[in-house]
Design a protein around this ligand. Sequence first.
Ligand SMILES: Nc1ncnc2c1ncn2[C@@H]1O[C@H](COP(=O)(O)OP(=O)(O)O)[C@@H](O)[C@H]1O
Ligand SMILES: [Mg+2]
Length: 381
Amino acid sequence: MTTRHDIEQALRGVVDPELGGDVVELGMIKGIDLDGGTATITVALTIAGCPMRSQIEGDVKRKVGALPEVDTVTVEMGEMTQEERSEVMSKARFKAREDAEPTMVDPVTRVIAISSGKGGVGKSSVSVNLALALADQGFSVGLLDADIWGFSIPRMLGVGSARLEAADDAKIVPLEAKGLKLVSTGLLVDDEDKALMWRGLMLSKALQQFLTDVAWGSVDYLVVDMPPGTGDIQMALSRLLPQAEMVVVTTPQMTAQKVASRVADMARRSFMPVIGVIENMAGFTTPSGEHFKLFGEGGGRELADDLGVPLITSIPLDPYVVEGGDGGEPVVLAHPTSPAALAVTEGAKRVIELVPPAEDETCTARIDRLLSGLEAKAAAD
Ligand SMILES: Nc1ncnc2c1ncn2[C@@H]1O[C@H](COP(=O)(O)OP(=O)(O)O)[C@@H](O)[C@H]1O
Ligand SMILES: [Mg+2]
């Protein structure tokens, strides 16, 4: 049964990107109420006109809405008193010092974990192409191949033989690959045998290294190609990056209900909200207009409905996807007007709508500007 405590745990995943802390520890949650399937969350913002308002509201809805038995989330927004405001600011500053070495991923970075209930559904192909499509929309994008021993991204981006290097501060610098910042085990090991050595390493430990020892810099989106399976790695990711959200990839023929229960379980254990479903290997239409449904139809829509999230896009079965993956020039680059590439681009735009990039002007920046304005005025008087 979902309790107030579960809701509070989920709210710990809502980060005020600028203050660099979660809304619970920053004292922004003024009330949690659970009545039947309706959760009412009262949030106090640093200032009422905070530009982060809709982002925080959306995040609260998604995180709490991902909990079992919660059907509706109502968010009531209020404003902090002057006293609360100074307290939250000093907490945020304290936290910034305390967390000096958490991960190298900016709290403002939107983290999208590409998951599935099952392997072979095209997770890696979707991750690569979605990351490229997000970059094409003008964002700075990182791509983390978290499939530690099943890595395939370097080959897909045509950089299979490249190696990562360390900067002066011993941090690993992501590889620039087709405009993306890429990190993968495949860029660390020289041969398959060495890759096997990584098997000895706990998956979550390896993931942690990729987040703490890599100089990601400022990226708007970090796309994470998750390994198959639904357990520890998801939990590790959400512990390390509480802002992480999940996109589920499925094929049309998979039994939606079976996948849905697995995914819901994964989301519940990791507190990672599912933002939507991407259907891959859907039916395709030949240039002459013939429509083929090799792997059935409708599984993506059904899964999305079962999970109560949007169907982000449906990517058709397309030989260009295979060719692009094998040839190191993914379909969105090699054949941008092919049906598969267009579907991916549409998906990227939808993802941007669902998890908008953190806004440039943030609350503290605004307070700062207000204060310096007042100071300048006082000086002039
Ligand atoms: N939309 C698609 N059309 C045709 N082939 C695809 C499509 N998506 C993926 N594939 C192919 O399916 C295989 C598995 O894809 P991959 O991305 O490696 O899956 P996963 O990461 O889930 O194991 C690859 O050979 C890939 O080229
Ligand atoms: Mg894969």
